[in-house]
Write a protein that binds this ligand. Structure first.
Ligand code: APR
Length: 296
C-alpha cells in the first residue's frame, strides 16, 4: 500500500498518511463513493482496467466499436443479445463479499456511514450486511427485471432472468412473448421492445434512480468526510459529487490507480482490501468477513 499525501491548498497539510484513520475516527457523516474496483478480488471484473470488461469486449467487438455500447439503452433496444452475451460477468454473486465491503459495514456499525453511493450493480453490499437505507445504488441493480415493451408493466425478481443470462439466451416477458411477432433483428429497429426482459440497471442514456435524487443534496451538505474507493470516477453525475461537497471536507482516495482530475488529501494507492485491513488495524476495528488471503 503506497500512502501518498497530497495537500490541497484549502486544508492544513495532513502530515502523516495514517491520519486517514484519525479523520475516520473523528468523522460522523462519511460518504463512501464506491466502484467496480472494490469487487475485483471476488473475480468480478472492473470496466476500464487492462483486464477489465471493456478491454475484453474491445477484442470481441472489433476495432472501432465502443465497449460501453453494451450498457447503452439505445444499443440494448436494438440488439439486446449483446448485453445478454456478457451480463453474466457482472451478475451478483451469492453470499461472498470483500474485506472492503466489511469496512463499509463497519463504518455503518460505528454510526459513521452517512451513505454509500455505489456505482456497482453486483449488490455485494447486501452480502456484507450494509443496511439498505445506507446504500444508494446509483447505477441500479439486478434486483428487478422489467419488460421492455412500452405498454407492458410486467416486472419480476431479477434473479428470474439469471438462467437466461448465464445461458446467453434472451429472456422474454411471459405476458408479451406469445403476442411477440417472430421479429428478426433486421426487420425491427427496436427488437427489445417486443417483450425482451431487462434488469433494473441504469443504462447509459438513462436517469439515475429516484433514490439518488432524493438523497444526494442533503447528503452532500451533511458529509464531513468523503472516501472514494475502487473507481476511476469517470462517469457523471457520480463523478461530480466530489466537486459538490464543501472544499473544507477532507477526501481520501483508496484505489489501485491515482485519479488525476481531482484533488484528494490522502491517496491510499493499492488494493482496497489491503486498505481496509490497514485502516481497521489503526482504528482497532475487527473486520467481519469470510477468510481472505490478503494479496501479497
Ligand atoms: N483495489 C483498489 N482499486 C482497484 C482494484 C482493487 N482491488 N481493482 C481495480 N481498482 C481500481 C482501478 O484502478 C480503477 O481505477 O478501480 C477502478 C475501476 O474503475 P472502472 O473500471 O472505471 O470502474 P468504475 O469507476 O466503477 O466505473 C464506473 O462506468 O461503465 C460504467 O456503469 C459502469 O458503474 C460503472 C461506471
Amino acid at each position: 500500500l503506497n500512502e501518498v499525501i497530497t495537500t490541497r491548498s484549502k486544508l492544513p497539510q495532513i502530515n502523516n498518511p495514517s491520519e486517514a484513520a484519525d479523520l475516520i475516527a473523528k468523522a460522523k457523516n462519511i460518504i463512501v463513493i464506491s466502484g467496480a474496483g472494490i469487487s475485483t478480488s471476488l473475480g468480478i471484473p472492473d470496466f476500464r482496467s487492462d483486464k477489465g470488461l471493456y478491454a475484453a469486449l474491445k477484442s470481441r467487438l472489433g476495432p472501432g466499436a465502443n465497449p460501453t455500447d453494451v450498457f447503452t439503452l439505445d444499443v440494448f433496444r436494438k440488439d439486446p443479445e449483446l448485453f445478454y452475451s456478457i451480463a453474466e460477468k457482472v451478475l451478483p454473486p451469492d453470499q461472498i463479499y470483500t474485506p472492503f465491503h466489511s469496512f463499509i459495514k463497519k463504518l455503518s456499525d460505528e454510526g459513521k456511514l452517512l451513505r454509500n453511493y455505489t456505482q456497482n450493480i453486483d449488490a455485494v453490499e447486501d452480502n456484507a450486511g450494509i443496511p439498505a437505507e445506507k446504500i444508494i445504488r446509483c447505477h441500479g441493480s439486478f434486483h428487478k427485471a422489467n419488460c421492455e415493451t412500452s405498454d407492458c408493466t410486467y416486472s419480476t425478481e431479477g434473479s428470474s432472468i439469471f438462467p437466461n443470462i448465464r445461458e446467453k439466451k434472451l429472456a422474454f416477458c411471459p405476458r408479451c412473448a406469445p403476442k411477440r411477432p417472430d421479429v428478426l433483428k433486421s426487420k425491427c429497429a427496436n427488437y427489445a421492445s417486443y417483450g425482451v426482459m431487462r434488469p433494473g440497471i441504469t443504462f447509459f442514456g438513462e436517469n439515475l434512480p429516484q433514490a439518488y435524487d432524493e438523497s444526494i443534496d442533503e447528503d452532500e451538505k451533511n458529509c464531513d468526510l468523503l472516501i472514494v474507493a475502487g473507481t476511476s470516477l469517470k462517469v457523471p453525475p457520480v463523478s461530480k459529487i466530489i466537486d459538490e461537497i464543501a472544499t473544507d471536507v477532507p477526501r481520501i482516495l483508496i484505489n489501485m490507480d491515482p485519479i488525476h482530475h481531482t484533488d484528494f488529501d490522502i491517496n491510499l494507492l493499492g488494493y482496497s482490501d489491503d486498505a481496509a485491513f490497514y485502516l481497521a488495524g489503526l482504528l482497532g476495528w475487527k473486520l467481519d468477513h469470510e477468510t481472505f488471503e490478503a494479496k501479497s
